[in-house]
Design a binder for this molecule. Structure first.
Ligand SMILES: C[S@@+](CC[C@H](N)C(=O)[O-])C[C@H]1O[C@@H](n2cnc3c(N)ncnc32)[C@H](O)[C@@H]1O
Length: 156
C-alpha cells in the first residue's frame, strides 16, 4: 500500500472533524503561509482520543499555531480541567484566540503568547498531558523543563 492510499484510508475511516475544526483547517490553508504545520484531521482525532483516555486536569501544549490541536486535546479535559497553550508569534496566536472564542471549551483554554522557554517556568502546575509541537531543536530543552512537573501515575 502506498503512502497516498494509506492516508486516504486513514482519512476515510477516522471520525469526522467538528465544524469548528474544519473551519480552522480551511482558514489556515487559505490564509496562513505555513499551513503544513497544522495537525489536521487524523492526527487531531488521535490527540483527542489520547486526551479522552487520560481525562487530564492539566494539559500543556507547546506550539499553538492556529489552535487546531489545542481544541482536539481540550475534548478530554475534566470538568475543572485547564489547557495551557503557548505560541511565540502574536499574529498566529490571535488567529487561535479567535477560534477558541467560538469553542465550548473557551473557558478552559489559557493562551500564552511568548517564548515557551520563558513561559513554562512561570506556570506552577503539575501536568497530566503534554504535547510538544514547536521548534524541533528546542525539544530537549522543553523536555528538561517539564519533566519534573509531570504527574506521577499511581497504578492500583
Ligand atoms: C508545528 S506548529 C504547531 C501546530 C499545532 N500544534 C497544531 O497541531 O495545529 C509549531 C508552532 O510552534 C511555535 N513555536 C516555535 N517555537 C516556539 C517557542 N519557543 N515558544 C512558543 N511557540 C513556539 C511556532 O510559531 C508554530 O506556530
Amino acid at each position: 500500500m502506498n503512502y497516498e492510499l494509506l492516508t486516504q484510508f486513514a482519512d476515510q475511516y477516522t471520525t469526522a472533524e467538528s465544524d469548528l475544526l474544519k473551519k480552522i483547517n480551511d482558514f489556515t490553508y487559505k490564509n496562513h503561509a505555513e499551513p503544513h504545520m497544522l495537525s489536521g484531521h487524523v492526527q487531531g482525532q488521535l490527540l483527542k482520543m489520547i486526551s479522552c483516555m487520560i481525562k487530564p486536569e492539566r494539559i500543556l501544549e507547546i506550539g499553538t499555531f492556529t489552535g487546531y490541536s489545542a481544541l482536539c486535546l481540550a475534548e478530554g479535559l475534566t470538568e475543572n480541567g485547564v489547557l495551557h497553550t503557548i505560541e511565540f508569534r502574536e499574529s498566529t496566536a490571535n488567529i487561535a484566540r479567535s477560534f477558541f472564542e467560538k469553542s465550548k471549551h473557551k473557558s478552559k483554554i489559557k493562551l500564552h503568547i511568548g517564548n515557551a522557554l520563558e513561559i513554562i517556568p512561570q506556570l506552577n502546575e503539575q501536568w497530566d498531558l503534554i504535547f510538544i509541537d514547536a521548534d524541533k531543536p528546542g525539544y530537549i530543552n522543553y523536555f528538561e523543563l517539564i519533566f519534573p512537573h509531570i504527574k506521577k501515575m499511581v497504578l492500583s
